[in-house]
Design a binder for this molecule. Structure first.
Ligand code: CTP
Length: 419
């Protein structure tokens, strides 16, 4: 199919197309063809009502894939669960989006495969509404649309014109090529890191003393996990390597769980090459040199055990100075309790990373384990303090700076990115 591609705009993109029940469903067949011409792969979910207008066979012939119709199909669930279905796509497109499907989405109903997939997805969703003009104009539909747009759902159309029911007005589904343009725009606008690979480290490491004890620290992983999610939100293909934390794995991110610094280094090296590396983990600097095979026992009258420490590998340094697979942009953090900027700048040159985010982790700041952070971004062009903000906001700002760094035609200075 790629051989006769008319444009490479959508090449490699995976579209999950939900076909709702409306006369416009026949246009979705052409939409599939247009998307595939542009190099996208299309997997289709056909609602029960949609199957009244187009047959699963014709959809399947055009997608060259199985068509998914039933929430409770044992064979479908065994082959590809509905959660998987919703995640293995870069964009979910609903065309035609009927008044009923729009209402279900706005209210969070999940009572068939299409609505369940739409609830379960962690990807952006674009809808192409199609319905009778009075249904379109109805306050309930307009209210639902406002809700969906507030949720970040993209809307293509509808167009104005003569309708199958004989009336005239807005409600006709956008033409397939108009929907294709909206899809291309969705990828172009909000996925500036699409095609880039990123590795993020997060959380503490636990260095065993014996089978039941370890050396650890108070890192919660909140900042690193938020960075991984923000980079994925900008379209990057993200591997998160995390130490033990009490957080769920971020959606849309490949997460590798490790315990120790050495395991973290091995997982990061296995994830290379990458374009971007962000080391946000609070890696234990030392581990116990002679980890005990059995639990250390208290014995009356005996001298207390002594822990002999040895240095752990420095993951940030190893990535920054990697002989063959150094990412284009390596970002570190500097957790300091005094002379924050001075120590951070020295750490940046010692470790060889491009940018370092200096943060004050003195106990009174509440940064370690807390929800907020205040950082200063230090690069070779100087240092910029960012206002204190939630860790999610810091993550989004960092992702925006990274996107600007990779944007064609910029001078790659993080200092000139507008807030
Ligand atoms: N880091 C790392 N591997 C280590 C230690 C630190 O990858 N073994 C990374 C952290 O993820 C962070 C940066 O190095 O991005 C700085 O970590 P920090 O704890 O501030 O510094 P240290 O290297 O531990 O130095 P010091 O204890 O002297 O402040």
């Amino acid at each position: 199919m790629k051989d006769n591609a008319v444009s490479s705009d959508l090449s490699g993109k995976r579209i999950l197309l939900v076909i709702g029940g409306g006369i416009a469903a026949f246009k979705s067949l052409d939409l599939i063809r247009r998307l595939r011409e542009r190099g996208a792969s299309v997997r289709a979910v056909l609602t029960k009502a949609g199957a009244e207008f187009v047959t699963p066979l014709s959809v399947s012939a055009l997608t060259e894939d199985k068509v998914y119709t039933d929430l409770f199909s044992l064979t479908d669930e065994a082959e590809m669960g509905h959660i998987q279905l919703s995640r293995q796509a870069d964009l979910v497109v609903v065309a035609p989006a009927t008044a009923d499907l729009i209402a279900k989405m706005a209210h969070g109903h999940a009572n068939d495969l299409a609505s369940t997939v739409l609830m379960a997805t962690d990807k952006r969703v674009l809808i192409a509404p199609a319905m009778n003009v009075r249904m379109w104009d109805h306050k309930a539909t307009q209210r639902n649309l406002t809700t969906l747009q507030g949720d970040g759902v993209l809307v293509a159309g509808p167009n104005e014109g003569a309708m199958a029911c004989g009336e005239f007005g807005p409600g006709r589904m956008a033409e397939p090529l108009e929907i294709v343009t909206a899809i291309e725009r969705a990828f172009a606008v909000s996925q500036p890191l699409s095609g880039k690979r990123a590795i993020v480290t997060s959380g503490p490491t636990h260095e065993p003393i014996d089978p039941v004890r370890f050396i650890g620290n108070r890192s919660s992983g909140k900042q690193g996990h938020a960075i991984a999610a923000a980079l994925a939100g900008q379209g990057a293909d993200v591997t998160l390597v995390t130490g033990p934390v009490a957080l769920p794995d971020p959606a849309g991110v490949e997460t590798v769980h490790v315990e120790t610094a050495r395991e973290m280094l091995a997982a990061v090296e296995a994830a290379l090459p990458a374009d971007i590396a962000v080391c946000a983990a609070a890696v234990a600097d030392w581990r116990v040199a002679d980890e005990a095979d059995q639990k250390l026992k208290k014995e009356e009258g005996k001298t207390l055990p002594t822990l002999n420490l040895t240095e752990n590998p420095d993951i940030l340094k190893a990535v920054s100075r990697h002989p063959s697979k150094r990412p284009d942009l390596v970002v570190g953090f500097a957790a300091e309790t005094e002379k924050v900027e001075e120590h951070a700048a020295a750490k940046r040159s010692r470790k060889g990373c491009d940018w370092i985010l200096a943060n004050d982790v003195s106990p009174q700041t509440g940064t370690f384990g807390g929800d907020r952070n205040a950082v200063t971004l230090i690069s070779d062009t100087g240092s910029v303090p960012w206002p204190a903000a939630d860790k999610a906001d810091i993550a989004n700002r960092l992702a925006a700076e990274i996107s600007a760094h990779f944007a064609p035609g910029t001078d790659k200075s993080p200092l000139e990115v507008a807030e």
